[in-house]
Design a protein around this ligand. Structure first.
Ligand code: PEP
Ligand code: MG
Length: 601
């Protein structure tokens, strides 16, 4: 009987499941969603599956059922209002919008009347009326011409659960004693928030990607999290011990003594290292031989803006404007957008803010209009914006209006060829002309850049460099499209290899193409923030790195500890290697030798 299992191969997992001893040590790799390293007891959070008893009630009972419904709605509203204000206090207004949207569903008179009609006309009991009408509502949303966000359908699911639970007068257990790592199949936004009233050491979930609600909320709450963990809620029991590493995306369930020793050692090194990093805040990201890298942060939430400065970032290298859509089912209008962009530009001044125009579609938030079999290969990013010029131009106007401090740049997502750039530039020029004619001030010299995240754009980066002021490599998508590996699919996480030789060559080609035209090339995908990749990227000649704020000081420390000459040699050698493993091991070894106090692996 094995005393340990690694969950990487789904077929093997099925076999393992059969033989699974209760107390086996299990290592599960997932997606690092929020940084931090913790060790503690597990609390398995289980949302009971709803059991709906479908009954036809006697005519005289129908009004009683309507009353039960109304009481449950009132109670649900109270609960959500509480969660809303708790969220506002804890992490600010923008995240709280998720719950405003849910309260709006509860106040949707048409929907509630339909449920009441169902009770009165067909004499369904309250819970089955809610279930059938709200499920119908979800279906309508998915099939209608104007489809709403995927989260919107999830919101309806959450609200449906909430009302039915309240009709059944069931309580949801979201409290536990002491501190714990919460393990769950999936966490709704409300679950994540409610649970955070306890002493949550970390979140470990089966579902969810890097941009899921659990990931976004846990980052705001500054609670370490790993998502996309195969079968974790099946394998873990409340009270089990767990080590959760939100930096590497690894969890160890029922760790042995050696694991705990390693954890303590790593934790100690992190603390020591972090103390050293604080002093670096006001220093530039410069190699020992004077090569400067612009080190900025990926940030878009109002609540993150102060933290960006605190971490010593030189501006925002990626402002994902689609985050403005979280928790709403319509696009923010020009003024609302202007306010958000202005706030960022003002707070980050004198540094720059690179605002990426809406990268909607794919798995991202969007009031979608069509059903797609392969959304990642479908209507996404610039493709939508060019097909919906009114949407694009409204956003451009808002960005231009927020550019008067001359520290705003525009970034175009999902570019696959030159014609998308020329079409975008035409819109940009038209909007400039419109603002000029109205006497509205803006930065005439605003810079426009292209994301290089589709392999065709990387191949054409020479041509693209002629048309833009800067390029930014988006490795999250570039890797997924280049290696044909879905970035959000936990079954194939291990195939998502940033050190794949093909990825490395494509990055080098893009950097060289930019430099031939004197166009700076940056990187804003997750790879930019991976300490193991830092020396490689510097050596390849990257001009800027935009990373999640939490890892920024560590990346800066590495840059400041190496010479560009050495880094260039190292990257040249890495580029000759044939497999991702070879590159990874080489870079890890190199980092360990050059900077023994960087806590990796
Ligand atoms: C990327 O693809 O690397 C990127 C930064 O964009 P996003 O993760 O928002 O798709
Ligand atoms: Mg992308």
């Amino acid at each position: 009987m094995p005393d340990q299992m690694e969950h990487t191969d789904p077929a093997k997992q099925a076999l393992d499941q059969k033989n699974r001893p209760e107390h086996t040590r299990i290592i599960v790799h997932g997606i690092a969603a929020s940084p931090g390293l913790v060790h503690g007891q597990v609390f398995v959070f289980e949302r009971k599956t709803l059991e709906i008893s479908q009954r036809i009630v006697a005519p005289e009972e129908a009004e009683l059922e309507v009353e039960r419904l109304q009481q449950a709605i009132q109670r649900s509203e109270k609960e959500l209002t509480k969660i809303l204000s708790f969220t506002e206090q804890k992490i600010g207004n923008s995240k709280a919008r998720i719950f405003e949207a849910q309260i709006m569903i509860l106040n949707d008179a048409v929907l509630i009347d339909q449920i009441i009609d169902r009770i009165r006309n067909t004499r369904f009991n309250a819970e089955s009326a809610v279930h059938s009408e709200m499920t119908k509502f979800q279906q309508t949303l998915l099939n209608a011409d104007e489809e709403y966000l995927r989260e919107r359908a999830d919101d309806i699911e959450d609200v449906k659960h909430r009302i039915i639970r309240n009709i059944q007068q069931q309580r949801l257990f979201s409290r536990f004693k002491g501190s714990a790592i919460v393990v769950a199949k999936n966490l709704s936004p409300a679950d994540t928030i409610l649970l955070s009233r306890n002493d949550v050491l970390g979140y470990a979930t089966e579902l969810g990607g890097i941009t899921s609600h659990t990931a976004l909320l846990s980052r705001s709450l500054k609670i370490p999290a790993v998502v996309g963990l195969h079968n974790i809620s099946r394998d873990a029991n409340t009270g089990d011990e767990m080590i959760l590493d939100g930096y590497s995306g690894t969890t160890i369930l029922r760790p042995n003594r050696n694991d705990i020793h390693n954890y303590q050692e790593k934790k100690r090194r992190y603390s020591l290292f972090e103390e050293k990093l604080v002093v670096l805040r006001d220093y530039p990201a410069e190699t020992t031989d004077g090569e400067r890298i612009t080190l900025s942060a990926n940030a878009d939430m109002e609540e993150e803006l102060d933290f960006v400065g605190f971490q010593g970032a030189e501006g925002i290298g990626l402002y994902r404007s689609e985050s403005l859509l979280i928790g709403r089912d319509t696009f923010p209008n020009e003024d609302e957008q202007y306010e958000a962009y202005w706030l960022a530009a003002e707070k980050i001044f004198p540094h720059d803010v690179i605002i990426r125009v809406f990268d909607i579609g794919g798995d991202k938030v969007y009031p979608k209009m069509i059903e797609e079999n392969n959304p990642f290969l479908g209507w996404r990013g610039i493709r939508i914006l060019l097909d919906r010029p009114e949407l694009f131009r409204t956003q451009l106007r808002a960005i231009f209006r927020a550019s008067t401090k001359k520290n705003v740049k525009i970034l175009l997502p999902m570019i696959s060829g030159v014609s998308e750039i020329s079409a975008s530039i035409n819109h940009i020029n038209d909007v400039k002309e419109e603002l000029r004619s109205k006497g509205i001030p803006f930065d005439e010299d605003i810079q426009v850049g292209a994301m290089i995240e589709v392999p065709s754009a990387a191949i054409l980066s020479r041509e693209i460099a002629r048309m833009v002021d800067f390029m930014s490599i988006g490795t999250n998508d570039l890797i997924q499209y280049l290696l044909a590996v879905d970035r959000g699919n936990p079954t194939i996480t291990k195939l998502f290899q940033e050190f794949h030789p093909a990825v490395l060559r494509m990055i080098q080609h893009t950097i060289d193409s930019g430099h031939k035209r004197n166009v700076p090339v940056g990187m804003c995908g997750e790879m930019a923030g991976d300490p193991i990749a830092t020396i490689l990227l510097v050596g390849m000649g990257i001009d800027s790195l935009s990373v999640v704020p939490a890892v920024l000081p560590e990346v800066k420390k590495i840059i400041r500890s190496i010479s560009y000459r050495d880094a260039a040699k190292i990257s040249r050698r890495a580029l000759t290697m044939g497999t991702p493993e070879e590159v990874f091991n080489y870079l890890k070894r190199t980092l360990k030798t050059k900077l023994p106090d960087v806590p990796i692996g």
